[in-house]
Design a protein. Structure first.
Lengths: 364, 75
C-alpha cells in the first residue's frame, strides 16, 4: 500500500541501523510515548536493530491502558442502567474494572456495542430513539476531534439521546508530569505521530527548553521509527536537544488547526485521572456547558462500590516506563491476552500485549 | 487507538467522501480536513480523515533514507 510499503524496506532499515550504531557513543534512554510505536518497535525487531547504547522504554500512550479503574467502573455502572446502550471502541470491553468488565456486563444482559467510529454511535442513537446511547469517549488529541464532531453532528441532526462519557486525555501535560516526577531519567522522547497530526509540534517545545530532553515526532512504519531514533541520537550526541518532525508527510508544525478549533469549541481543559499516574491537572477534556446535554456525567448518575485495583498488576508502573512487562510477576504466568488482569495486556497498544505477542528472550 | 492509515479519496460529497484502501472502498468523513481533494491521500482514523498526506514531503523522506543507506557500508 502506498505510503506504507516503501517505509518497510529491509535494506534501507539496515543502512539506517548501521548509521545509528556508528554515531551512538553515549548510553542513552529513549521513551516511545505512543503504544502504536511500542507495537511497531517489537513487531519489526527495532530493539535488536539499535545498538546496546540505546535503551528503550514504553510510555503512557495507550488510551485504554491509562483509563483509571474508577472511570471504567463508572462506564460499567452506566451499562447497567435501564434503556441505555453503551457504545465503545473494541479494546475497552475486555478491561477488568473493580468487580466486572463491559464484556461481563454485556453477558449479564446490558446492551454494549463495539463501534469503529463515533459516526456509528450517532447512527445507533438515531435508530434507537427510545434509548439513551452513551459513547465511552477515550483517546488522545487524535481522537478528540472525532468525538467533538460527533457531538456537533448530533446537535445538527437534533439527536437528543446521544451522550458522551468524556475520558479524553492530553499528551503534553502528562509528558510534563512524567518529567517532573523524575522517576525515570530520559534523554529523548519518540513523539506521537498521529496526536501531532492534530496538535503539531509546538506544544512539545517545553521538553527540550525546560528539561533538556530531545523530542522527535515519528511515523509508525519501521523506517520512520529508525529515522526518528537516528535524529534523537544525533541531537543527544551533539548535546543540542530540540523538537524535530521525522514524519513530515503527516505532521505540520502548526497541526490540523481546523480539527483542534472544533475540539476546543466542544471541550474545555480540565484535570484527568490516569492509571498509574493519578490526577494530572490540565490533562483532560471536559464537555463545555453549552453542550452539557450530551455529557453523560451531567445526564446520568450512578453509585459505585469501593474501588479495587487488580492485585499484583504492575500496569501503572509499565505505563510510566518505570517497569518493563517482564518485571511484573503476573506477566505470561497469570496475565495473558486470553485472561488479562490489567489493561496493558488487553489493548492492542498495551506494552504487555506487545511483549507477549512479539517478545523473545533476547528483547525482553 | 491512534492508529491511522493512508487512504485515497476517490469522490467527495459535502463532508463525506469515498476512500479506497487496498482496492476496498468505504465512506469516510472529511469534516476535519475540508482541504482534501479527489486524488489526495488522507490519514484515516476511526472513520475520519485527520490529515492530508504531503506527497512532496513523503518523497523527500524516501530520498533521505536512500541517501543514508547508500552512505553506510552494510550491504
Amino acid at each position: 500500500m502506498k505510503f506504507i510499503d516503501e517505509y518497510q524496506d529491509n535494506e534501507l532499515a539496515r543502512g539506517l541501523a548501521y548509521k545509528i550504531a556508528q554515531r551512538s557513543t553515549k548510553t542513552i534512554r529513549l521513551m516511545e510515548f505512543c503504544g502504536g510505536h511500542t507495537h511497531a518497535i517489537l513487531r519489526y525487531g527495532i530493539r535488536q536493530l539499535v545498538p546496546k547504547t540505546v535503551e528503550m522504554r514504553s510510555g503512557p500512550g495507550c488510551p485504554v491502558c491509562v483509563t483509571a479503574t474508577a472511570d471504567l467502573d463508572k462506564a460499567i455502572a452506566l451499562a447497567h442502567l435501564p434503556d441505555v446502550i453503551i457504545t465503545t471502541f473494541g479494546d475497552m470491553i475486555r478491561v477488568p474494572g473493580s468487580y466486572s468488565s463491559l464484556q461481563q456486563a454485556k453477558a449479564e444482559g446490558a446492551d454494549v456495542r463495539i463501534v469503529y467510529s463515533t459516526i456509528d454511535a450517532v447512527e445507533i442513537a438515531k435508530a434507537n430513539p427510545g434509548k439513551s446511547v452513551i459513547f465511552i469517549g477515550i483517546g488522545f488529541e487524535t481522537t478528540a476531534p472525532t468525538i467533538a464532531a460527533s457531538i456537533l453532528k448530533a446537535l445538527q441532526d437534533k439527536i437528543k439521546n446521544f451522550h458522551v462519557l468524556s475520558l479524553n486525555k492530553l499528551t503534553p501535560p502528562v509528558m510534563k508530569a512524567l518529567l517532573d516526577s523524575g522517576e525515570l531519567k530520559l534523554d529523548g522522547i519518540i513523539g506521537p505521530g498521529h496526536v501531532s497530526v492534530i496538535i503539531g509540534s509546538h506544544p512539545y517545545e517545553f521538553i527540550p527548553r525546560d528539561y533538556g530532553v530531545a523530542c522527535v515526532i515519528s511515523g509508525f512504519e519501521p523506517l520512520d521509527i529508525l529515522l526518528c531514533i537516528d535524529k534523537l541520537v544525533g541531537q543527544i550526541e551533539k548535546g543540542e536537544p530540540k523538537v524535530e518532525i521525522a514524519y513530515p508527510r503527516g505532521v505540520k508544525p502548526e497541526g490540523n488547526r481546523k480539527a483542534w478549533q472544533l475540539t476546543e469549541n466542544v471541550f474545555e481543559i480540565g484535570e484527568a485521572n490516569w492509571r498509574g499516574i493519578g490526577i494530572v491537572p490540565h490533562s483532560g477534556l471536559k464537555i463545555r456547558e453549552k453542550y452539557e446535554r450530551f455529557d453523560a456525567d451531567k445526564t446520568f448518575s450512578v453509585s459505585l462500590k469501593p474501588l479495587r485495583e487488580p492485585k499484583g498488576c504492575r500496569c501503572g508502573d509499565v505505563i510510566r516506563g518505570a517497569a518493563m512487562p517482564l518485571e511484573c510477576k503476573l506477566f505470561r504466568k497469570v496475565c495473558t491476552p486470553e485472561r488479562p488482569i490489567g489493561p496493558c495486556m488487553v489493548s492492542s497498544e498495551g506494552a504487555c500485549a506487545a511483549y507477549y505477542q512479539y517478545g523473545t528472550l533476547e528483547n525482553l | 487507538m491512534c492508529l491511522a492509515v493512508p487512504v485515497k479519496i476517490v469522490s467527495i460529497d459535502g463532508d463525506e467522501a469515498e476512500a479506497e484502501i487496498a482496492g476496498v472502498r468505504r465512506r469516510v468523513s472529511i469534516a476535519l480536513t475540508p482541504e482534501a481533494k479527489v486524488g489526495d491521500y488522507v490519514l484515516l482514523h476511526t472513520g475520519y480523515a485527520i490529515g492530508v498526506i504531503d506527497e512532496a514531503e513523503a518523497e523527500e523522506t524516501l530520498k533521505l533514507l536512500e541517501e543514508i543507506a547508500s552512505l553506510s557500508e552494510v550491504h
